[in-house]
Design a protein around this ligand. Structure first.
Ligand SMILES: Cc1cc2nc3c(=O)[nH]c(=O)nc-3n(C[C@H](O)[C@H](O)[C@H](O)COP(=O)(O)OP(=O)(O)OC[C@H]3O[C@@H](n4cnc5c(N)ncnc54)[C@H](O)[C@@H]3O)c2cc1C
Length: 764
């Protein structure tokens, strides 16, 4: 029945990954609209989207049937949103609801699919005699997001309401200020893009004024708003909301190790704008932002980096708010920072032509924020290529050469072709599906036997966060040491990261796996042992998260427990641990002049390939070729091997990384002997160690058990930029002998990461 005085110009404002009241153009526009354009009622709406979060915890009663399939990732079938982000999201939504209440408004929370929810609301409002004037939402990257936008637009069309898609303004540079004529013109190398945008501190638009009490249009009368349809109910406390979201996804790993005693989360923050703004303030006020350039590659603690990524991902804060706070410190306009060293360094600066230097830490933070922008722009440019095994670069080249068809994901595809190599590999099945499943399982639960990787993976399991340095190593290890389809890692991150962001995650995984925008692509390989020595020089990080190894005294043993002596292993009770008896990967390396492997039978039997002499330190630093060359030779102590102020001289006992990684004798791959894989790996009925259509990248890919097996290889054998990776594994590899090396640096089962000249690009 029509309500008396039902509003005739309702604004429905769909909030997505813009969970903030401040610096939010949609709230701002609604608040400052001139009288003639003012809406007479406001319906801010947040939908827990069944496409991204498992909504079964919202069912009204046990046993009710959920009309939405629990959202699972495409390749591995993991939950799309795991417990850490689910909790963070609940907190962020709740926080926004409270902020809106404080300014006299409110938030309607619903569960389901956005278009369905909007349709129900529109129909109920119409029934009650109210008229919707407009529906606003912020545009987001991602084909699912775009599909939702289209669906809502068409609903608006059907009732004659205006639909407006707003630019997502949480980025550092506003989309209209990038200077790009079209997205095709986005440079494929970050450095080029950065140079286009410098000086960065001049780029962000001003932050929008805050919303005051009573400025927003009146909240629509709840009686006009369709309630949450069955079978779901909306919890009435934050605790219940968190529980509803977390319960269905919390048991994501059967063998989850316990939370190590004494370990502390580097990301103890609750979700929401309130905490985000506080964290930003604290990070500057503590002086941590000043030193960010020196600490950003650290691994432990809250202060080595901003920890703002999760807030940025959900739009609880904007990059320009971060810029503004830093700017007010540099210019000395915010007296709350007056006691921090460097306060007001730019206070009397008139313009950028004056010779004054911005704060070094803050300069780096701005660059990182630009990386974030860049990853999103890459997503815009490459679309669904982001999710393909062969990444963003290869298809264009290939398509040009060969003619192409169109894939169901809307992207251009090479025609499938039957690969005899693949057929052979399938027939031989080596390593077996179970072996690959076990490798992945060990990778996920953090028992590979590679200390840095295990520490990072366990930190991720327990806290939802791990540092950028650790992420780079993990991604490199999976794709370039284990040769496993990098998307398994990307999807594992998608489930577990508290800061998961579709563009940042997939672009970074591609970048590190050598199929994205890194000009050094596949030749940048992180040696996780050298990296551990560089960035965890006392082993504190690995010991904190892998407590089993904490009793080992020698660092090289902490970083690879299988290298410890029999006596040492017995002493700490590790002799029979799988990390020792069956490490997923062994990397031979040197400390001083002595190889740090144990002398027990078997392990040294393989032929050591690569440089047989102990290289000088300079060569040592070249040997792990993962180090990003820093722009303009600017300070990055870590990249030069100086960790936390250590000088090279103090590192004469540093591990000299010989650069040879090898599998145990007899397999040349991983783990000694054969794995007794039990195939309990999440949803994947079977894997095949097949280099995708022969040579796409040589990664292991699933055959059954996933809806989206990568389509045909983009590269035929011996062609294209990935040819060196072909035959990296299993049957393919054996069949070929050693010939597939990258400039002689790859051999079967061995990466010889010989010194590679650093190119003037930059790592992220
Ligand atoms: C394999 C891999 C996966 C990643 N997945 C994600 C992801 O899903 N979401 C995400 O936000 N970041 C991702 N990153 C980037 C980066 O690791 C995190 O942004 C960073 O560790 C978050 O911690 P912080 O906020 O303290 O970062 P800080 O070091 O304080 O950096 C400041 C901000 O800059 C941005 N930033 C920093 N580095 C990058 C980068 N390489 N790419 C894009 N933005 C960056 C982030 O927004 C970050 O909050 C990934 C990196 C790798 C190597």
């Amino acid at each position: 029945m029509a309500a008396p005085n039902a509003p005739q110009n309702v604004l429905i404002h769909i909030i997505r990954r813009d969970l903030r009241l401040s610096d939010n153009p949609l709230f701002h526009a609604a608040a400052i609209a001139p009288d003639e354009e003012r809406f007479d009622a406001h319906l801010p709406l947040y939908v827990f989207d069944a496409q991204h979060v498992d909504v079964s915890g919202f069912l009204q009663f046990e046993g009710a049937s959920n009309p939405h399939k629990p959202p699972r990732s495409q390749v591995a079938g993991y939950h799309r949103c795991g417990p850490h982000r689910a909790k963070f999201l609940a907190e962020a939504v709740w926080d926004l609801s409270e902020s809106l209440n404080e300014v006299g408004s409110g938030l309607f929370i619903r569960v389901g699919r956005i278009p369905d929810v909007v349709e129900t609301l529109l129909s109920e409002l119409a029934k009650k005699g109210a008229k919707v004037g407009a529906v606003w939402m912020t545009g987001h990257e991602g084909s699912e997001e775009k599909a939702d936008e289209k669906a809502v637009a068409s609903l608006c069309d059907s009732i004659g309401a205006k639909w407006k898609l707003w630019v997502d303004e949480k980025y550092f540079i506003h989309d209209h200020d990038t200077g790009l004529e079209s997205i095709d013109k986005l440079p494929d190398i970050f450095t080029s893009y950065r140079k286009m945008q410098e000086p960065l501190r001049e780029k962000p638009r001003p932050v929008l004024p805050s919303i005051e009490q009573g400025q927003l249009p009146p909240l629509v009368d709840a009686a006009l708003v369709a309630p949450q349809p069955a079978p779901f109910r909306i919890p009435d406390t934050l605790e219940r909301l968190v529980e509803s979201l977390v319960a269905p996804v919390k048991n994501f790993l059967p063998n989850k190790p316990g939370f190590p005693e004494g370990a502390e989360s580097a990301h103890p923050y609750k979700g929401g704008e309130t905490v985000a703004l506080q964290r930003l303030f604290d990070f500057i006020a503590s002086g941590a932002a000043n030193t960010y350039n020196n600490t950003r590659n650290d691994l432990l603690g809250t202060e080595f980096s901003t920890k703002l990524s999760a807030f940025l991902a959900q739009g609880c804060i904007t990059a320009r708010q971060i810029h503004k706070a830093m700017d007010s410190f540099e210019r000395g306009t915010d007296p709350s920072f007056k006691d921090v060293e460097g306060f007001g360094v730019l206070s009397d600066k008139k313009d950028m032509s004056e010779d004054k230097t911005e704060n070094a830490g803050m300069q780096f933070i701005r660059t990182e924020l630009l990386w974030r922008d860049y990853m999103r722009l890459c997503h815009q440019k490459f679309g669904n290529k982001f999710f393909r095994l062969s990444g963003t670069q290869s298809y264009d080249r290939d398509d040009a050469a060969s003619g192409s068809g169109s894939g169901s994901d809307g992207s251009t595809q090479r025609k499938r072709w039957k690969s005899p190599v693949k057929e052979r590999a399938l027939a031989q099945q080596s390593p077996t599906a179970e072996e690959v499943a076990e490798m992945l399982e060990r990778f996920n639960e953090g028992t590979t036997g590679m200390g840095l990787i295990d520490a990072s993976q366990r930190e991720l399991l327990h806290t939802g966060y791990t540092s950028n340095r650790a992420r780079q190593n993990v991604a490199s290890f999976l794709s370039k040491h284990l040769y496993i389809d990098w998307r398994y890692g990307a999807e594992w991150y998608e489930m577990l990261l508290v800061d998961y962001d579709v563009s940042s995650n997939w672009a970074n995984w591609q970048y590190v796996s050598g199929v994205g925008n890194d000009p050094r692509g596949e030749i940048r390989i992180f040696n996780p042992i050298k990296q551990a020595f560089d960035y965890d020089p006392e082993g504190k990080y690995v010991r904190a998260w892998v407590p089993e190894v904490s009793g080992l005294k020698k660092l090289e043993n902490v970083f690879q427990p299988w290298t410890a002596s029999k006596e040492d292993l017995e002493e700490v009770g590790l002799s029979d641990h799988v990390m020792v008896t069956k490490p997923v990967k062994r990397i031979e390396f040197y400390v001083g002049s002595k190889p740090r492997t144990n002398k027990r039978g078997g392990i040294r039997r393989g032929t050591r390939r690569g440089n047989p002499f102990k290289p000088p330190l300079s060569q040592y630093y070249g040997n792990d070729n993962s180090q990003p060359a820093r722009e303009n030779g600017k300070a990055n102590g870590n990249a030069n091997g100086n960790v936390n102020g250590n000088t090279q001289n103090t590192r004469v006992d540093s591990p000299v990384v010989n650069g040879t990684t090898r599998g145990p004798p007899g397999t040349g791959h991983h783990g000694r002997g054969s794995f007794n894989g039990v195939g309990r790996f999440n949803n994947n009925a079977s894997f095949s160690p097949v280099a995708n259509q022969g040579n796409d990248s040589g990664h292991l890919v699933p055959v059954n058990g996933s809806g989206s097996r990568p389509r045909g290889g983009s590269q035929r054998a011996g062609r294209g930029s990935y040819r060196n990776r072909g035959g990296q594994y299993g049957a393919l590899q054996r069949g070929r002998g050693r010939g597939g090396g990258h400039n002689g640096n790859y051999t079967n089962g061995n990466h010889v990461t010989s010194a590679v000249k650093q190119l003037p690009d930059e790592g992220n």
